[in-house]
Design a binder for this molecule. Structure first.
Ligand code: TXA
Ligand code: MG
Length: 347
C-alpha cells in the first residue's frame, strides 16, 4: 500500500522536475512533468532512449470534477489545459474520439490529438500530434491529480528491454536513475496500451495493446487499418518505439515455435548446442515437459498470458537461460498484442 504521504512526496518530485516510476493497469511508467522539457529530457537519459521516440502524456480523470466521465467535458479540459489543440480537430473526428473516450477511458487506449501549446515538441519527437492516455489505476490517477500536471511516461525499462510489470523490474532496470518508485504490486493487464490514430479515417491502429482491435472496431463502427509498423515483418523506414522490429527483448535469445512438436525439437537442438534452455509455457503444456527443465507458466487464457508474459521473460533470464522457447499465440483478441510482443522480443 502506498501512503498519502508517499504520494504527496512523489507529486512534489514531479513538480520539481524529477522522475517518478508509478504503476498503471498496463505496465509501470517512468513519469516526468509533461510541461517541463528539461524534466522530460531526463526520461530519455534514464532509459537510454533515442529522442526520435515520442512519449505518451498521461492525464487524470477531470481535474475539476473527478467523477465526470462525460467525453465532451474531458476533451474540453484537455483543450483548456493546453495538452491538446481541440480547435484543430474537425467536428466529425471529435465525434469518433468522444466515442472512444466514452468507451475506453480510463483504460489501456492511447489516442493521438493535435499537440497543445503546453506540450513541448520533445515529447512528440517533433510531430504535430501528441499521444494521450488516461490510465485506469488508482495510484496513477492520484499521482497525476496531486501533481496537477500532465505526466509524460514511457514504460519504465531500459530502452529495448522487456517492460516492467513490478516495481522490482523497475529497480532492476533503472536503479537510482529514478528518484522515487511507487510500488503497488504487479500490474493487472501486463502489456502496454493500444495506440490508435483516430485523427485519420479509417483510424489506424499503431500498436496492438490492452484494448483489442475487435473492440475498437465495434466502437468506431468500421474496420481499422494497421500500419507497416503495427505488423512487424512488413516494416520499412523509420520507426517509433513499440513499433521497432526489435523491442521488449529479454537477454536470452527468444525463439517462437509453431507447435509443441517444434518446441520439443528445438529444445533438443538448442540443448545439444550447449544452451541453457528456458521454457515459457501455458498451463496446458506444463505437464508435457519434465520438471528438470527451467519452466515459467504464463497461464492459459489470453488475459493471464498477457499479465505474466514480461515477468516470465525476466524470470527465465534471471534463471540463467541463454535461449527461451515459447509457443506461438493465436492473433485474436488480446492474443494479437501478445503475439506482437513475442515477435518483437524474438526479432
Ligand atoms: O501502457 C502504456 O502505454 C505504457 C504505460 C506506462 O502507460 N506506456 C508505454 O509507453 O508503453 P512507451 O513509451 O513505452 O510506448 C509509447 C508508444 C510507442 O509505440 C510510441 O511510438 C507511441 O506510443 N507514441 C507516442 N507518442 C506518439 C505520437 N505522437 N505519435 C505516434 N505514436 C506515438
Ligand atoms: Mg516501452
Amino acid at each position: 500500500m502506498i501512503s498519502p504521504a508517499e504520494l504527496q512526496m512523489a507529486a512534489q518530485a514531479l513538480r520539481d522536475g524529477l522522475l517518478v516510476a508509478f504503476p498503471t493497469e498496463t505496465v509501470y511508467g517512468l513519469g516526468a512533468n509533461a510541461t517541463d522539457a528539461a524534466a522530460c529530457t531526463r526520461i530519455f537519459e534514464a532509459k537510454g532512449r533515442p529522442l526520435s521516440d515520442p512519449l505518451i502524456v498521461h492525464v487524470a480523470p477531470m481535474q475539476s470534477h473527478p467523477s465526470v466521465t462525460d467525453p465532451n467535458a474531458i476533451l474540453e479540459e484537455l483543450g483548456q489545459s493546453g495538452v491538446i489543440d481541440l480547435e484543430a480537430i474537425p467536428t466529425h473526428t471529435q465525434i469518433v474520439l468522444r466515442r472512444l473516450i466514452d468507451a475506453c477511458w480510463p483504460g489501456p487506449l492511447t489516442l493521438l490529438f493535435p499537440r497543445g501549446a503546453r506540450i513541448p515538441l520533445l515529447i512528440t519527437a517533433g510531430h504535430e500530434h501528441v499521444a494521450v492516455r488516461m490510465p485506469a489505476h488508482r495510484v496513477a490517477q492520484q499521482l497525476i491529480a496531486l501533481a496537477g500536471v500532465p505526466v509524460a511516461a514511457p514504460s519504465a525499462n531500459r530502452f529495448g528491454h522487456t517492460s516492467p510489470t513490478t516495481a522490482q523490474h523497475v529497480r532492476d532496470d533503472l536503479g537510482d536513475r529514478v528518484s522515487i518508485i511507487l510500488d503497488d504490486g504487479p500490474t493487472q493487464i501486463g502489456i502496454e496500451s493500444s495506440v490508435l490514430d483516430a485523427l485519420q479515417w479509417p483510424p489506424v491502429l499503431l500498436r496492438h495493446g490492452g484494448v483489442t482491435r475487435e473492440r475498437i472496431e465495434t466502437i468506431v463502427g468500421m474496420a481499422v487499418r494497421t500500419s507497416a509498423h503495427t505488423e512487424p515483418g512488413l516494416q520499412t523506414g523509420l520507426a517509433a518505439p513499440g513499433m521497432l522490429e526489435k523491442h521488449y527483448a529479454p537477454n536470452a535469445k527468444l525463439i517462437i515455435c509453431n507447435n509443441p512438436f517444434d518446441l520439443r525439437r528445438e529444445l533438443t537442438v538448442q540443448g545439444a548446442r550447449g544452451h541453457k534452455v528456458g521454457l515459457l509455457l501455458t498451463s496446458a503444456h506444463q505437464a508435457d515437459f519434465a520438471d528438470d527443465h527451467t519452466k515459467y507458466i504464463v497461464g492459459n487464457d489470453h488475459e493471464s498470458m498477457a499479465r505474466n508474459l514480461y515477468a516470465g521473460l525476466r524470470a527465465l533470464d534471471s534463471a540463467g537461460s541463454t535461449v527461451i522457447l515459447a509457443l506461438q499465440v493465436e492473433r485474436t483478441g488480446l492474443g494479437a498484442a501478445i503475439a506482437d510482443r513475442l515477435q518483437r522480443a524474438a526479432a
